[in-house]
Design a protein around this ligand. Structure first.
Ligand SMILES: Cc1ncc(COP(=O)(O)O)c(C=O)c1O
Length: 384
């Protein structure tokens, strides 16, 4: 389906759009171009397609269609949930809790709120990346209005126990927002009867298009958010702006497909993950980051101790698409805040590679990843 020049082991960054998703989207880029807010033949068609997609997303996560707000992606959903709830419920308190290992969308939203007078507690997870629930209980205060936790961490693949967290947060009277950008197709989820108040989703991590996401909003008791953008009355006046019909249709289809083929895809990924882990662990001086059991099989984040990280990554990425534990800009090397938060040194974070597996990954891709990594690690070990 794709022009595959080198193996793609970066499916936690993004995924290819499923061909059935493309087929579902195409009519809304040609004949069915109506504005979903228009009360005419074309608008009605677009609106019906959006409502179908809303139901598909809701079904995939075990909720009702009216609890779904469409956005431009998980980044926008997270901003809307965190800033929208904080601003609306400010009269009840100004304290927010999150983790140091959250995605930048959460951390930057919290930092923005700090500049507006909110008080944010950043809890460090344990060295396996998992939140100690006692630390959460201790951090909760009478003025805590919101807790925001990522379900599946995008860098180290660990899964937080969001239902246990939701029980604790709900008992305190605060709201729990969950970043579920990586959840669909990777970890089980059913929000029916859940105490989670809000959850953010993205389409492009689950074989849908980029630039579209959703926010689940609990309806009973009803939640209120201060909107971030103002304009038309779309999405119950919570998210103004003409809805991107084709993108939303694509997200609905992608979430429907993920739910249908979940078990089959998971089996495939588990089998490849075992091969990859066995192959890479046979390289001396390696360690896997993140809890070894409480994780999604799609992710293997591994440190090659003592090896020069920049050379290692450059050699591997010329043959396999992977992610590095650091980013180099013109001035300095920025190491992953997730890795340092779980106690990994800057040098080790720099010598860390994330391999992530998707439903299209093949045994040949895994073999190629093991071969190039082994060859590079051997060469570098001899040269130091
Ligand atoms: C855990 C997590 N949260 C949020 C995001 C942001 O998602 P989007 O690209 O849809 O804005 C990502 C994507 O990198 C992610 O992995």
């Amino acid at each position: 389906m794709q022009n595959k020049l080198i193996p793609f082991l970066d499916s936690m960054a993004t995924t290819p759009v499923d061909p059935d998703v493309v087929t579902a989207m195409l009519p809304f880029l040609s004949n069915n171009y109506g504005n979903p807010s228009s009360n005419n033949y074309y608008g009605n068609q677009a609106r019906a397609a959006i409502e179908k997609a809303r139901q598909q997303v809701a079904t995939a996560i075990g909720t009702q269609a009216e609890q779904i707000i469409f956005t431009s992606g998980a980044t926008e959903s997270i901003n809307l949930a965190i800033k929208g709830a904080a601003n609306f419920y400010r009269k009840s308190g100004n304290h927010i809790i999150t983790l140091t290992t959250e995605h930048a969308a959460t951390l930057a939203s919290c930092q923005h709120l700090e500049s507006k007078g909110f008080d944010v507690t950043y809890i460090n997870p344990e060295t396996n990346g998992i939140l100690d629930l006692n630390k959460l209980k201790q951090a909760l205060r009478t003025n805590t209005i919101l807790v925001s936790i990522c379900h599946v961490n995008n860098e180290i693949g660990v899964i937080q126990d969001i239902e246990a967290i939701a029980e604790i947060v709900a008992a305190s009277g605060a709201l729990l927002h969950v970043d579920g950008a990586q959840t669909i197709g990777k970890a089980p989820l059913n929000l029916h009867n859940s105490k989670i108040a809000m959850m953010s989703f993205s389409a492009h991590k689950s074989y849908g298009p980029k630039g579209v996401g959703a926010l689940y909003l609990r309806s009973d008791p009803k939640l209120h958010l201060s909107p971030l953008n103002h304009g038309g009355g779309q999405e119950k006046k919570i998210r103004a702006g003409t809805l991107a019909t084709h993108q939303i249709v694509g997200m609905g289809k992608a979430f429907e497909i993920a739910a249908l083929n979940h078990t089959e895809n998971l089996k495939h990924v588990i089998s490849l993950a075992k091969q990859l882990k066995t192959g890479l662990e046979s390289i001396p001086n390696t360690s896997i980051n993140g809890d070894i059991d409480q994780r999604v099989p799609h992710n293997l984040n591994i440190t090659f101790h003592k090896l020069p990280g920049d050379i290692l990554f450059n050699c591997i990425q010329s043959e396999i698409a992977v992610a590095s534990g650091s980013a180099c800009n013109t001035h300095e090397i920025t190491v992953s805040h997730v890795l340092t938060a779980i106690g990994i040194s800057r040098d080790d974070a720099n010598a860390t590679i994330r391999y992530s597996i998707g439903k299209h990954t093949t045994t040949a891709d895994i073999k190629a990843a093991i071969d190039i990594t082994k060859t590079t690690a051997n060469k570098l070990t001899k040269s130091i």
